[in-house]
Design a protein around this ligand. Sequence first.
Ligand SMILES: NC(=O)c1ccc[n+]([C@@H]2O[C@H](COP(=O)([O-])OP(=O)(O)OC[C@H]3O[C@@H](n4cnc5c(N)ncnc54)[C@H](OP(=O)(O)O)[C@@H]3O)[C@@H](O)[C@H]2O)c1
Length: 268
Amino acid sequence: MSQLPPPSSTSTALITGASSGIGIELAKLLSARGYHLTLVARRKERLEEVAEQLSGDGKPGADVMVCDLADPEARGVMVGTLLGGAREVEILVNNAGFGLTGRMFNNSAERHTEMIRLNIEAVVDLMDRFSPGMVERGRGGILNVASTAGFQPLPGMAVYAATKSFVLSMSEAAHTELDEKGVVVTALCPGPVRTEFAEVADLSGFEANTPDRMWMEADETARIGIEGFEAGKRVVIAGNLNKISAAGGRHLPRWALLPLVRGLYGRN
Ligand SMILES: NC(=O)c1ccc[n+]([C@@H]2O[C@H](COP(=O)([O-])OP(=O)(O)OC[C@H]3O[C@@H](n4cnc5c(N)ncnc54)[C@H](OP(=O)(O)O)[C@@H]3O)[C@@H](O)[C@H]2O)c1
């Protein structure tokens, strides 16, 4: 039986990063379970296409909100609109995020700040804004998309891996805090997934070094994530090979692990 609040005409599932990749697949799965959706990202046309696919013919429907979540002001406006709207956010999916490869000293400070704002600040902010209502109602669900990158430091992707460690750590603690309040918090940790992520992060070196069997598709990743979320799991690692790599990342001593992962993202 699902641990999540059931769909209703007065609630919505807010999904960030729903214009591409894993976010679209999460949206499809929640819609198929009867949840009305609120889809958020920057690219309006993409969001509208997804919303159209998930509306009509007895489907629960989807609203679109265009927002740059790395911009605190724009995020505040979006949150205000939702808190004053007709539907309560009973499911929150913090999926929007991006990565960046390259050594820290070669990357732009502005891009690092933008990443921290999106991958960390927006996730905490949306949880802070919507979890009190969930606790008051005694029901809710928060799915945070972290990454297997969060299980260890990653030279060549240092800031990204650290943002995902943050999301993983915070989600595990929040899971324990909110468990007794009827609110499920799950961290989904995918490994490499074929989406637009690699292009945005400039992962060409990593793609060349990573065997095909390590890659997963977005629909399979989302299915594993939603099933774990419904089961009320604390952490869901997508795929058996990723479970092994996450265990290595968690338990290997850093002196042994860091030289192994050093070349993964190229040596630029
Ligand atoms: N693909 C992988 O290998 C992989 C592995 C582990 C974890 N993940 C995580 O999975 C999540 C989804 O990534 P994906 O693989 O599906 O990548 P993707 O295809 O690049 O999708 C990223 C989504 O985030 C949105 N986004 C980016 N910047 C945004 C901003 N400033 N404001 C609002 N929305 C923004 C994008 O929409 P717009 O561009 O329209 O704004 C897009 O919908 C991310 O958190 C990522 O870190 C991915």
